[in-house]
Write a protein that binds this ligand. Structure first.
Ligand code: THU
Length: 157
């Protein structure tokens, strides 16, 4: 990691990543899969391809891409596609998500709506913001969405 919090994902093996407890090989796999997922994007309007690879606590990886619609407001982001797939397949405990786009100059970052949907399933999981070259910035969801509202807050007195 350099001084900007950027990790160069060079595939070194055998060392635990001190930041998140995930093996470097698994991080690399997750990032690679997020970029593969990006190739499925349906984005004829924005032409902005996004992919996501969501790691569940039992080790399964669920993929998602953005899916746009001629009725523009009905488009959905890659992150939420992946979460919807995971939940519909019985998985609700997540460890990490990697997000990929084609932007080479900066790290793709999830929109506010996706952050809130992620929050439904906890605050302490890891978000890998990536570039096409495989480098990433690692954040927890809590860092991306502080003072959040979640299921625990939904109490009525
Ligand atoms: N998009 C995502 O899928 N995820 C993000 O993190 C940011 C934006 C999609 C939505 C839309 O299809 C396109 O990118 C342009 O905003």
């Amino acid at each position: 990691m350099n001084e900007d919090g950027v990790h160069i994902n060079n595939g070194h093996s055998g060392l635990n990543n001190p930041d998140c407890g995930l093996e470097p090989e698994l991080i690399q796999k997750l990032i690679q899969k997020s970029h593969e997922a990006k190739t499925k994007a349906h984005c004829p309007y924005s032409r902005f391809r996004v992919g996501a690879a969501l790691l569940s606590q039992d080790g399964r990886i669920f993929l998602g891409c953005n899916i746009e619609n001629a009725c523009y407001t009905l488009g959905i982001c890659a992150e939420r596609t992946a979460i919807q797939t995971a939940v519909s397949e019985g998985s609700k405990k997540f460890t990490a998500i990697a997000i990929a786009s084609d932007v080479e100059e900066e790290y793709i970052t999830p929109c506010g709506a996706c952050r809130q949907v992620m929050r439904e399933f906890g605050s302490e999981w890891q978000i890998f913001l990536t570039k096409p070259n495989g480098s990433y910035v690692l954040k927890t969801l809590h860092q991306l969405l502080p003072m959040s509202f979640g299921p625990e807050n939904l109490t009525v007195t």
